[in-house]
Design a protein around this ligand. Structure first.
Ligand code: DX5
Ligand code: ZN
Length: 229
């Protein structure tokens, strides 16, 4: 299988965003990953609705919007109007998660839930069937260019098991420190979507870096515990 590649525009050149949007348009990338930060949920402020709207006018691929904001239910309609196709909220930033997930779906967007590195996967057990995507944060959210947290691999593995057990269609997305070394491990653990910022945009040839991330990985063999010869 080939993973879905979502370049994070947080690492793009904001003085020349049009150039980097076109680069993603013409590359083998599948989605645009847009990071929205409010300076409360995370210790950083990125960009907001006007920038998402502007990217939408040029982007020829779906917008995967990652909200790192408190109480994100307040802005679901606004991000739909700005052009979001997938909207991901943080488990830790929402009180009534089920309500917000269905708010997103009722606006005709795909709904994702993100987990910080310290948040256990098992907390999604009663909502996994409602989700289109789960985002495993493999760094503490807030900044690009951080070091990958290896425990994320175990979480992806657990999540993949939960998705099968609960008969869910959720995709597994991973975000933070994804590069040519971590990508194969992540796909092997069960990741479907790789977000990558610094590794792509700080490389000499971002299109080639995207192409390398979108490699053909061997399917993991299903081991059936009951299948005893
Ligand atoms: C971090 C953001 C990420 C970030 C990833 O809070 O959610 O999307 O841009 O950047 P890299 O790939 O550089 O770790
Ligand atoms: Zn992100």
């Amino acid at each position: 299988m080939k993973p879905i590649i979502a370049p994070s525009m947080l690492s793009a050149d904001f003085c020349n965003l049009a150039k980097d949007i076109n680069l993603v348009n013409q590359s083998q990338a599948d989605w645009f990953h847009l990071d929205i930060m409010d300076g409360m949920f995370v210790p950083n402020i990125s960009y907001g609705l006007p920038v998402v709207k502007a990217i939408r006018t040029m982007a020829e691929k779906p917008l995967d919007v990652h909200l790192m904001i408190m109480d994100p239910g307040r802005y679901v309609s606004d991000f739909k109007k700005a052009g979001a196709d997938l909207l991901t909220v943080h488990y830790e930033a929402v009180t009534h998660l089920h309500r917000v997930v269905w708010q997103i779906k009722s606006e005709d967007m795909l709904a994702g839930v993100a987990l910080n590195p310290h948040t256990p996967v098992m907390l999604l057990d009663d909502i996994i069937q409602d989700l289109d995507m789960v985002l495993i944060m493999s760094v503490n959210p807030g900044f690009g260019g951080q070091k990958f947290i290896p425990n994320s691999l175990k979480k992806i593995d657990e999540l993949a098991d939960m998705i099968v057990r609960r008969n869910s269609n959720a995709l597994i997305e991973v975000d933070g420190g994804v590069d040519d070394e971590t990508a194969p491990l992540l796909v092997e653990a069960g990741a479907d979507v790789l977000v990558s910022g610094n590794h792509i945009f700080k490389s000499a040839d971002p299109a080639a870096t995207i192409e390398a991330l979108k490699a053909e990985y061997e399917e993991e063999e299903e081991v059936d515990d009951n299948d005893i010869d």
